[in-house]
Design a protein around this ligand. Structure first.
Ligand code: 7TS
Length: 411
C-alpha cells in the first residue's frame, strides 16, 4: 500500500532520522511510540556533537570566548522557542527539564503564592499524572480543592460540565491541550476564555500538542504553557515553560542557587530578572541549543504539512482497525491528534506489545501515566500507536498485519 501524499517529502524526511534504518529482531523498525518520545533528526544529533566539540562552556558567567559562544547559542534557542509559540517576549520562555518540571514549577511557585483554603483547581480526566499530582501536592499544602472535568464515551472534554464547575472559587484551570492516552484535542480556546471570565489562570500541558499542531500562546491568551523537548524531536532533559510576563514577575523563585540571583548576602538575597529567576543552576546547555535545531527542523517542514500528514495516517489507521473484529478503539473524539489507543478483546495489551515488538513494531502498552483515563473506560491498560512526522502508510499496514497476527495467536 502506497498512498501518494500531496507532495509531503516523506522519503527525504525519513533519511533525516538515522535510527529509522535500524532493524529490530531482524525486521525494519516501525516506530509508533512517538507520544512517549520521538526520534532525533541528524541536525539535532550533529548540533549536540558540534556544541561539545566547538562551542561548549558554562553560560552567562564567563567573559571568555567559548562561554560567550555557548551563551549566545542558548539565547538563540530561547528566541526560536519564543517564535515557535509566538510568545510576546523571550523572557517569557523558561528552560526547565521537561513538562513535568514546568508544571511542578507553576504548581509550587504560583500555587503556594496564590492559593488558599477553599480555592479551586480544575483539571480534567484526560490529564497525564504530571498534571495531576503537582496540583494534589499544592492543594494539600494550601487547602485548595481539586475539581475534575469528566469526559464523554468518545473521550471528548465535556464543556457543559466544565462550565458547571467554574465559579469565582476557581483560581487555576490546568488541562492538557491534547490527551496522551486518547489523542483528544481539548477545545482550549473556550476553556481559556471561560476561565478568564471567572478571573482564573490557565495552564495548558502542551506535551502532545506541540509536536503535531502549531501553537500560538498569544492568540490563545493562555497564561502558562509547558512542553517537553524530547517529544518535539529534540533531546531529553530539556523542556519549556511559557508564562505571561506579568504573572512570572509576581511569582517567587521555584529553586534557589546560582544563575537565579542578583545579589546574595546572608542578610538578604535579591533575585535575577526573568527568565533567569527561574533557571537556578547550570542548565542542559547542549540540549537547549539542540532543541533550537529541532525547532528549526519542524518549522522547516511546516506545521500545516505535518498536521495534514499525521491526520491522514490517523484516519487511515483508524479505518483499518475499525474494520477488524474484536478491536475496541478508545477515544474517537471528532478532534484528535495522531494517537490511537485500542485493545484486542481478551488479549492483554502487554502481550500485544510483545508480539508486535517481535515484528519490529514499537508501540506503548500500559496506562500511559493516565490512570484516570483507564478508570473512565474500565480498563487497566491499552495499546497505543502514536504517529510522528516520519511515519508512513506502509507502517500502518505493518501495524495492522501485526495486530492480525496477535489475533491469530490468541484465536
Ligand atoms: N503531559 C503529557 C500530556 C504527556 O504526554 C507527558 C509524557 C507528560 C506530560 C510528561 O512529560 P515529561 O517529558 O516531563 O516526562 N507522556 C508520555 C507518554 O504518553 N508516554 O510516555 C510519556
Amino acid at each position: 500500500m502506497n498512498v501518494i501524499n500531496g507532495g509531503y517529502p516523506i522519503d527525504e524526511i525519513r533519511k533525516d532520522f538515522p535510527i529509522l534504518s535500524e532493524q529490530v529482531h531482524g525486521k525494519p523498525l516501525v516506530y509508533l511510540d512517538n507520544g512517549a518520545s520521538a526520534h532525533k533528526p541528524s541536525t539535532v544529533i550533529e548540533q549536540i556533537k558540534r556544541t561539545y566539540e566547538t562551542g561548549y562552556a558554562n553560560v552567562h558567567r564567563g567573559v571568555h570566548h567559548l562561554s560567550q559562544i555557548a551563551t549566545d547559542a542558548m539565547e538563540n534557542a530561547r528566541r526560536k522557542t519564543q517564535d515557535l509559540l509566538n510568545a510576546a517576549d523571550e523572557k517569557e520562555i523558561i528552560f526547565v527539564r521537561g513538562a513535568t518540571e514546568g508544571i511542578n514549577l507553576v504548581a509550587s511557585s504560583w500555587g503556594r503564592a496564590n492559593l488558599k483554603e477553599g480555592d479551586e483547581i480544575i483539571l480534567s480526566v484526560l490529564e497525564h499524572h504530571s498534571n495531576i499530582v503537582p496540583w494534589q501536592i499544592v492543594a494539600e499544602q494550601t487547602g485548595a480543592i481539586v475539581k475534575v472535568v469528566p469526559i464523554g464515551d468518545d473521550g471528548t472534554f465535556l464543556m457543559e460540565d466544565y462550565k458547571k464547575l467554574l465559579s469565582d472559587r476557581t483560581k487555576m484551570v490546568a488541562v492538557t491541550h491534547v490527551s496522551n492516552a486518547l489523542g483528544t484535542v481539548v477545545p482550549v480556546t473556550d476553556v481559556i476564555r471561560l476561565a478568564h471570565e471567572q478571573g482564573a489562570v490557565v495552564l495548558l500541558d502542551g506535551c502532545q500538542a506541540v509536536p503535531h499542531i502549531s501553537v500560538d500562546v498569544q492568540a490563545l491568551d493562555v497564561d502558562f504553557y509547558v512542553f517537553s523537548g524530547h517529544k518535539l524531536y529534540g533531546p531529553s532533559g530539556i523542556g519549556i515553560l511559557y508564562g505571561k510576563e506579568a504573572l512570572l514577575e509576581l511569582m517567587p523563585p521555584y529553586q534557589g542557587g546560582g544563575e537565579m540571583i542578583d545579589r546574595v548576602t546572608f542578610e538578604k538575597t535579591t533575585y535575577a530578572e526573568l527568565p533567569f529567576k527561574f533557571e537556578a543552576g547550570t542548565p542542559h546547555i547542549a540540549g537547549i541549543i539542540a532543541l533550537g535545531s529541532a525547532i528549526d527542523y519542524v518549522t522547516g517542514i511546516g506545521f500545516d504539512a505535518i498536521t495534514a500528514h499525521e491526520h491522514d495516517l490517523l484516519e487511515y489507521a483508524t479505518e483499518r482497525l475499525q474494520s477488524m473484529n474484536t478491536i475496541d478503539i478508545l477515544g474517537t473524539a471528532p478532534e484528535k491528534a495522531a494517537i490511537l489507543s485500542f485493545n484486542i478483546e481478551d488479549v492483554h495489551p502487554h502481550d500485544v506489545g510483545t508480539i508486535l515488538d517481535h515484528s519490529g513494531i514499537a508501540v506503548r502498552t500500559g496506562h500511559h501515566c493516565a490512570q484516570p483515563v483507564m478508570d473512565r473506560f474500565d480498563v487497566a491498560a491499552t495499546v497505543r500507536a502514536s504517529f510522528g512526522l516520519y511515519n508512513t502508510h506502509d507502517e500502518v499496514d505493518a501495524l495492522i498485519e501485526g495486530v492480525r497476527k496477535v489475533q491469530e495467536i490468541f484465536a
